[in-house]
Design a protein. Structure first.
Length: 319
């Protein structure tokens, strides 16, 4: 599972990273290490979740993950419930719905296809959002590169080499991830600190609770299943969110986005080590193409933003 982009204060984080003193190689690599550690945590947490599915079911493990993560975030953040308008609550509910859909669809996908291809297909959602938001012709190159990767992912025959339902679930998770990014930004502007994230996690957990109970019933409260669900919640939600929040204090948001593009590769490694899901040469090349396309789209969007900032600075000086 790709770690959701942390919604809180990306602009502030970028500014702090730009103005922070340069303390040598260790200081510069520290935030990068935190992001990579978060990515490793979330992907290996996903691999553990796949191994738990025979015991709890796909919907059951999502329910446990969201429930435990919500409890931890509520205890840490202690969000205030008063002082918000109806529009604020509508935004955080939409954020929670996107989070629930993203997680639910993704776990349905990895129950049917290997983790590497699943995460690669899921990344297409944010990639498409980046291409559309940028509106630059060069992004058609990145889109074409990603489509080449998707073509190779199915062994050169489109996606016919993968389970169709798993592919559909992964693409749906990607669409929900794009929605998550949009509503996470809106929630971050309306709620302080990580309050919006905690409240949205509660919404997602409440939405999934009936689904998990219907699918798994009493199996959800078995001690072994609860323990594994807590492990998945810590690895896939609590730990990566914490590491990413720490990293964003010293790391520009565009660098963070580029590092997140490496998630399909990390997922492939986790799938191989934990679940013995080996990749063919064509699948490895396909994943590499999608990663390159994602990085290229991010860098293009960053270049466009810098160009606007430079133009604004020139106009300010001329004025």
């Amino acid at each position: 599972m790709v770690a959701p982009v942390v919604p809180q204060q990306p602009e502030v984080a970028g500014a702090e990273a730009a103005t922070a003193p340069r303390g040598g190689l260790r200081a510069r690599l520290g935030p990068v290490g935190l992001v990579l550690a978060g990515g490793i945590s979330v992907q290996f947490g996903g691999a553990v979740a796949v191994s738990v599915m025979p015991r709890s079911g796909a919907l059951g493990i999502v329910t446990l993950r969201l429930a435990f993560a919500a409890l931890v975030l509520l205890a840490v953040c202690r969000p205030k419930l008063r002082g918000y308008a109806r529009a604020d609550w509508g935004t955080v509910v939409a954020f929670g719905v996107a989070m629930a859909g993203m997680n639910g669809l993704f776990y349905q996908s990895v129950a049917r296809i290997p983790m590497g291809p699943a995460v690669t297909l899921e990344v297409l959602g944010p990639l498409a959002l980046s291409v559309v938001a940028s509106r630059r012709a060069v992004n058609l190159v990145w889109a074409g590169l990603a489509l080449c990767g998707v073509f190779l992912l199915g062994g050169g025959g489109g996606l016919s080499g993968l389970d169709p339902a798993g592919v559909a679930y992964a693409l749906g998770a990607g669409a929900m991830w794009a929605a998550y990014i949009v509503f996470s930004a809106r929630t971050g502007r309306r709620f302080p600190q990580a309050d919006g994230l905690a409240l949205a996690m509660v919404v997602a957990a409440v939405l999934f609770l009936p689904l998990g109970l219907v699918e798994s019933g009493a199996r959800l409260v078995e001690p072994g299943t609860l323990a594994l669900g807590a492990v998945v919640a810590v690895l896939s939600s609590v730990l990566p969110y914490t590491l990413e929040l720490l990293a964003l204090r010293r790391l520009p948001s565009h660098t963070f986005a580029v590092l997140m593009s490496l998630e399909p590769a990390i997922a492939s490694i986790a799938g191989f080590l934990v679940l013995s899901q080996a990749l063919t040469a064509a699948e490895a090349l396909a994943i590499s193409l999608v990663i390159a396309a994602s990085m290229g789209a991010v860098r293009t969007q960053v270049g466009r933003g810098r160009g606007r900032a430079d133009a604004k600075a020139v106009r300010t000086r001329e004025g």
